[in-house]
Ligand binder design. Structure first.
Ligand code: AMP
Length: 190
């Protein structure tokens, strides 16, 4: 199963990706987590990414595409994966298309989650308090929301046109949402 999960910040992408990862036995690959892990370990990649992540801006495509290609080439990702936070713009969609084509693979589905703006803002401020992420400053959150609207949300149309998009409401009980996603994914696989 090869999946992309998309949606605005605070919609619960990470939580649902984790549940899908467990259910299908595929690695949950979050580009944001990869950057944060590198930052924690003070690697060169982490230091380079921090220049952008701190401000809520996208890390340059060239760097991001490379870390995704490297991660997908690892043994545990041979039979599937769920990508969370990638692709985030049209160039990254192309990069992922190219990567899949070279490997002779196809994407199963793009899972899109959405929720009202109020719910998202509320979850974001609660996450900022509980997790204390460096990039959860009001300024960075605003830039991320704007970047999502301008560059990432249009990709939903791209995947809808390809017939790969499955959309879900991200508000409500976590397990019920997950169950709904799994049912649709399994039906789409038939
Ligand atoms: P996230 O955890 O997905 O919110 O990502 C945290 C930050 O990492 C983002 O605000 C970006 O600076 C960076 N990032 C994550 N994924 C990408 C991506 N696909 N392209 C560029 N930058 C990314």
């Amino acid at each position: 199963m090869r999946l992309v999960i998309m949606g605005p910040q605070g919609v619960g992408k990470g939580t649902q990706a984790e549940l899908l990862s467990k259910h299908y036995g595929i690695p949950h690959i979050s580009t944001g987590d990869i950057f944060r892990q590198n930052l924690k370990n003070d690697t060169e990649l982490g230091r380079e990414a921090k220049r952008y992540t701190d401000k809520g801006e996208l890390v340059p495509d060239e760097l991001t595409d490379r870390i995704v290609a490297d991660r997908l080439a690892q043994a545990d990702a041979k039979d599937g994966w769920i990508l969370d936070g990638y692709p985030r713009n049209a160039e990254q969609v192309e990069a992922l298309d190219g990567l899949l084509e070279r490997e002779g693979e196809t994407l199963n589905s793009v899972v899109a989650l959405d929720a009202d703006c109020e719910v998202l803002m509320d979850r974001m401020s609660r996450r900022a308090q509980s997790e204390g992420r460096d990039d959860d400053t009001p300024e960075a959150i605003e830039v991320r929301l704007k970047t999502y609207e301008e560059q990432t949300a249009p990709l939903l149309g791209t995947y809808r046109d390809r017939g790969e998009l499955l959309s879900f409401d991200g508000t409500g009980d976590i397990d019920e949402i997950s169950q709904g996603i799994i049912e649709k994914l399994d039906a789409a696989r038939q």
